[in-house]
Design a protein. Structure first.
Lengths: 144, 107
Protein backbone atom coordinates (compact mmCIF):
# COMPACT_ATOMS: atom_id res chain seq x y z
CA UNK A 1 0.00 0.00 0.00
CA UNK A 2 1.04 3.52 -0.68
CA UNK A 3 2.00 5.76 2.22
CA UNK A 4 2.12 8.90 0.12
CA UNK A 5 -0.05 11.11 -2.02
CA UNK A 6 1.14 12.32 -5.39
CA UNK A 7 -0.54 14.86 -7.64
CA UNK A 8 0.51 16.49 -10.88
CA UNK A 9 -1.19 19.47 -12.37
CA UNK A 10 -0.47 21.60 -15.46
CA UNK A 11 -0.72 25.31 -14.78
CA UNK A 12 -0.96 27.86 -17.57
CA UNK A 13 1.29 30.33 -15.80
CA UNK A 14 5.05 30.86 -15.78
CA UNK A 15 7.16 29.12 -13.15
CA UNK A 16 7.94 32.46 -11.48
CA UNK A 17 4.21 33.15 -11.04
CA UNK A 18 3.55 29.72 -9.51
CA UNK A 19 6.60 30.05 -7.25
CA UNK A 20 5.19 33.30 -5.88
CA UNK A 21 1.76 31.76 -5.30
CA UNK A 22 3.41 28.98 -3.29
CA UNK A 23 5.98 30.88 -1.26
CA UNK A 24 4.55 34.35 -0.72
CA UNK A 25 2.63 33.88 2.50
CA UNK A 26 -0.21 36.19 1.47
CA UNK A 27 -0.66 34.44 -1.86
CA UNK A 28 -0.34 30.97 -0.32
CA UNK A 29 -3.01 31.93 2.20
CA UNK A 30 -5.37 33.01 -0.59
CA UNK A 31 -5.71 29.63 -2.22
CA UNK A 32 -4.86 27.43 0.75
CA UNK A 33 -7.38 29.33 2.92
CA UNK A 34 -5.11 30.21 5.82
CA UNK A 35 -4.02 33.52 7.36
CA UNK A 36 -0.31 33.24 8.05
CA UNK A 37 1.33 35.39 10.70
CA UNK A 38 4.45 36.05 8.66
CA UNK A 39 6.55 35.11 5.61
CA UNK A 40 7.87 31.59 5.08
CA UNK A 41 11.43 31.35 6.39
CA UNK A 42 13.66 28.36 5.77
CA UNK A 43 13.92 26.11 8.83
CA UNK A 44 11.37 28.09 10.80
CA UNK A 45 7.88 27.44 12.04
CA UNK A 46 5.12 29.07 10.08
CA UNK A 47 2.02 29.80 12.12
CA UNK A 48 -1.42 30.95 11.25
CA UNK A 49 -5.11 30.38 11.36
CA UNK A 50 -7.43 28.65 8.94
CA UNK A 51 -9.73 31.24 7.36
CA UNK A 52 -12.54 29.14 6.04
CA UNK A 53 -15.84 30.24 7.66
CA UNK A 54 -16.75 27.97 10.54
CA UNK A 55 -13.21 26.61 10.84
CA UNK A 56 -11.37 29.67 12.10
CA UNK A 57 -10.54 27.88 15.36
CA UNK A 58 -8.22 25.51 13.50
CA UNK A 59 -4.57 26.50 13.79
CA UNK A 60 -2.02 26.14 11.02
CA UNK A 61 1.51 25.16 11.86
CA UNK A 62 4.30 23.91 9.61
CA UNK A 63 8.10 23.99 9.39
CA UNK A 64 9.66 25.18 6.14
CA UNK A 65 12.15 22.55 4.97
CA UNK A 66 13.31 23.62 1.52
CA UNK A 67 13.07 26.73 -0.62
CA UNK A 68 14.97 26.24 -3.86
CA UNK A 69 13.76 29.15 -5.99
CA UNK A 70 11.40 28.13 -8.77
CA UNK A 71 12.19 24.45 -8.20
CA UNK A 72 11.23 23.09 -4.81
CA UNK A 73 9.24 24.29 -1.83
CA UNK A 74 8.61 21.91 1.07
CA UNK A 75 7.37 21.93 4.61
CA UNK A 76 6.62 19.44 7.37
CA UNK A 77 3.06 19.52 8.58
CA UNK A 78 1.86 17.98 11.86
CA UNK A 79 -1.17 15.77 11.45
CA UNK A 80 -2.44 15.72 15.02
CA UNK A 81 -2.03 17.63 18.27
CA UNK A 82 0.39 19.94 16.47
CA UNK A 83 3.15 17.45 17.20
CA UNK A 84 6.08 17.25 14.80
CA UNK A 85 6.34 13.51 15.47
CA UNK A 86 3.25 13.02 13.38
CA UNK A 87 4.25 15.48 10.66
CA UNK A 88 3.98 14.60 7.01
CA UNK A 89 6.29 16.14 4.42
CA UNK A 90 4.63 18.29 1.75
CA UNK A 91 6.70 18.99 -1.35
CA UNK A 92 5.89 21.18 -4.32
CA UNK A 93 8.17 20.64 -7.32
CA UNK A 94 8.01 22.92 -10.32
CA UNK A 95 8.99 22.16 -13.90
CA UNK A 96 8.87 24.54 -16.82
CA UNK A 97 6.77 23.32 -19.73
CA UNK A 98 5.92 24.73 -23.17
CA UNK A 99 2.57 25.99 -21.91
CA UNK A 100 3.58 27.04 -18.41
CA UNK A 101 4.39 25.00 -15.34
CA UNK A 102 4.06 21.41 -14.28
CA UNK A 103 3.44 21.21 -10.55
CA UNK A 104 4.18 17.97 -8.74
CA UNK A 105 2.82 17.71 -5.25
CA UNK A 106 3.84 14.98 -2.82
CA UNK A 107 2.67 14.45 0.72
CA UNK A 108 4.53 11.59 2.39
CA UNK A 109 5.17 10.06 5.78
CA UNK A 110 1.66 8.87 6.58
CA UNK A 111 3.17 5.68 8.02
CA UNK A 112 4.29 7.62 11.10
CA UNK A 113 0.76 8.50 12.07
CA UNK A 114 -1.00 6.42 14.69
CA UNK A 115 -4.21 4.93 13.44
CA UNK A 116 -6.39 6.66 15.92
CA UNK A 117 -9.84 8.09 15.42
CA UNK A 118 -8.79 11.49 16.74
CA UNK A 119 -6.59 11.90 13.74
CA UNK A 120 -9.42 11.64 11.27
CA UNK A 121 -11.42 14.08 13.36
CA UNK A 122 -8.56 16.55 13.18
CA UNK A 123 -8.02 16.36 9.47
CA UNK A 124 -11.74 16.35 8.76
CA UNK A 125 -11.89 19.47 10.81
CA UNK A 126 -9.55 21.65 8.82
CA UNK A 127 -10.36 19.97 5.59
CA UNK A 128 -13.95 19.00 6.23
CA UNK A 129 -14.58 21.91 3.97
CA UNK A 130 -14.46 19.58 1.00
CA UNK A 131 -18.18 19.94 0.45
CA UNK A 132 -18.09 23.67 0.88
CA UNK A 133 -15.16 23.94 -1.50
CA UNK A 134 -17.34 22.47 -4.18
CA UNK A 135 -19.81 25.29 -3.53
CA UNK A 136 -17.07 27.87 -3.90
CA UNK A 137 -15.88 26.36 -7.15
CA UNK A 138 -19.44 26.43 -8.43
CA UNK A 139 -19.77 30.02 -7.29
CA UNK A 140 -16.55 31.07 -9.03
CA UNK A 141 -17.52 29.22 -12.17
CA UNK A 142 -20.92 30.95 -12.41
CA UNK A 143 -19.52 34.35 -11.44
CA UNK A 144 -16.91 34.40 -14.20
CA UNK B 1 -8.70 -2.82 20.79
CA UNK B 2 -4.90 -2.64 20.83
CA UNK B 3 -4.77 -2.69 17.04
CA UNK B 4 -6.27 0.79 16.93
CA UNK B 5 -3.35 2.20 18.86
CA UNK B 6 -0.81 0.68 16.51
CA UNK B 7 1.17 3.24 14.57
CA UNK B 8 0.50 3.03 10.87
CA UNK B 9 4.18 2.17 10.44
CA UNK B 10 3.51 -1.20 12.07
CA UNK B 11 0.81 -1.94 9.54
CA UNK B 12 3.09 -1.01 6.64
CA UNK B 13 5.87 -3.09 8.16
CA UNK B 14 3.57 -6.07 8.63
CA UNK B 15 2.61 -5.87 4.96
CA UNK B 16 6.18 -5.35 3.80
CA UNK B 17 6.96 -9.03 3.54
CA UNK B 18 6.23 -11.30 0.62
CA UNK B 19 5.03 -14.26 2.67
CA UNK B 20 2.70 -12.13 4.75
CA UNK B 21 1.34 -10.42 1.65
CA UNK B 22 0.60 -13.85 0.19
CA UNK B 23 -1.16 -14.86 3.39
CA UNK B 24 -3.23 -11.66 3.32
CA UNK B 25 -4.06 -12.26 -0.34
CA UNK B 26 -5.35 -15.69 0.56
CA UNK B 27 -7.24 -14.60 3.66
CA UNK B 28 -8.82 -11.47 2.25
CA UNK B 29 -11.25 -13.56 0.25
CA UNK B 30 -13.15 -13.71 3.53
CA UNK B 31 -12.97 -17.37 4.44
CA UNK B 32 -11.09 -18.35 7.64
CA UNK B 33 -8.19 -20.75 7.14
CA UNK B 34 -6.43 -23.13 9.50
CA UNK B 35 -2.64 -23.14 9.74
CA UNK B 36 -2.53 -26.51 7.97
CA UNK B 37 -4.55 -25.11 5.08
CA UNK B 38 -2.27 -22.11 4.85
CA UNK B 39 0.88 -24.24 5.04
CA UNK B 40 -0.29 -26.56 2.26
CA UNK B 41 1.40 -25.73 -1.02
CA UNK B 42 3.94 -23.50 0.70
CA UNK B 43 7.63 -24.20 1.07
CA UNK B 44 7.51 -22.83 4.60
CA UNK B 45 7.06 -24.84 7.75
CA UNK B 46 4.01 -24.68 9.94
CA UNK B 47 6.07 -22.80 12.55
CA UNK B 48 7.18 -20.20 10.03
CA UNK B 49 3.62 -19.63 8.80
CA UNK B 50 2.44 -19.33 12.41
CA UNK B 51 5.08 -16.70 13.10
CA UNK B 52 3.97 -14.64 10.11
CA UNK B 53 0.33 -14.95 11.14
CA UNK B 54 1.20 -13.67 14.63
CA UNK B 55 2.81 -10.57 13.09
CA UNK B 56 -0.36 -9.90 11.10
CA UNK B 57 -2.41 -10.53 14.20
CA UNK B 58 -0.36 -8.04 16.24
CA UNK B 59 -1.44 -5.18 13.97
CA UNK B 60 -5.03 -6.36 13.79
CA UNK B 61 -5.05 -7.36 10.11
CA UNK B 62 -5.72 -10.96 11.05
CA UNK B 63 -7.67 -12.50 13.94
CA UNK B 64 -7.59 -16.06 15.14
CA UNK B 65 -10.76 -17.88 16.04
CA UNK B 66 -10.71 -21.16 17.83
CA UNK B 67 -12.74 -23.90 16.28
CA UNK B 68 -12.53 -27.13 18.25
CA UNK B 69 -8.88 -28.08 18.64
CA UNK B 70 -7.82 -25.86 15.81
CA UNK B 71 -7.20 -22.15 15.38
CA UNK B 72 -8.48 -20.56 12.25
CA UNK B 73 -7.29 -17.23 10.96
CA UNK B 74 -9.48 -14.64 9.38
CA UNK B 75 -8.82 -11.32 7.72
CA UNK B 76 -9.91 -8.03 9.31
CA UNK B 77 -10.04 -5.22 6.75
CA UNK B 78 -10.48 -2.46 9.37
CA UNK B 79 -6.86 -1.30 9.87
CA UNK B 80 -6.19 -1.19 6.15
CA UNK B 81 -9.55 0.42 5.37
CA UNK B 82 -8.99 3.08 8.01
CA UNK B 83 -5.67 3.98 6.49
CA UNK B 84 -7.04 4.03 2.98
CA UNK B 85 -10.00 6.20 3.94
CA UNK B 86 -7.69 8.71 5.54
CA UNK B 87 -5.41 8.86 2.50
CA UNK B 88 -8.44 9.31 0.25
CA UNK B 89 -9.65 12.20 2.37
CA UNK B 90 -6.25 13.89 2.23
CA UNK B 91 -6.03 13.25 -1.48
CA UNK B 92 -9.40 14.88 -2.08
CA UNK B 93 -8.37 17.92 -0.07
CA UNK B 94 -5.32 18.35 -2.26
CA UNK B 95 -7.44 18.08 -5.40
CA UNK B 96 -9.51 20.99 -4.18
CA UNK B 97 -6.56 23.05 -2.98
CA UNK B 98 -4.68 22.56 -6.26
CA UNK B 99 -7.80 23.47 -8.17
CA UNK B 100 -7.94 26.76 -6.26
CA UNK B 101 -4.22 27.31 -6.91
CA UNK B 102 -4.85 26.76 -10.61
CA UNK B 103 -7.54 29.40 -10.87
CA UNK B 104 -5.42 31.68 -8.66
CA UNK B 105 -2.33 31.65 -10.93
CA UNK B 106 -4.16 31.42 -14.25
CA UNK B 107 -6.30 34.50 -13.65
Amino acid sequence: MNDRIEKRIELKAPVSRVWRALTDHHEFGEWFRVKLNGPFVLGQISRGQITYPGYEHVKWEAVVQKMEPERLFSFTWPQMDYSMETATLVEFRLEKTASGTLLLLTESGFDKIPSDRRLEAFRRNDGGWTEQMKNIEKHVATAS
Amino acid sequence: MPAKRQPRAAIFAALGDETRLLLVAKLCAGQPYSISQLTRGSKLTRQAITKHLRVLESVGIVHSVRRGRESRFEFDPQPIEGMREYLELVSEQWDHALCRLKSFVED
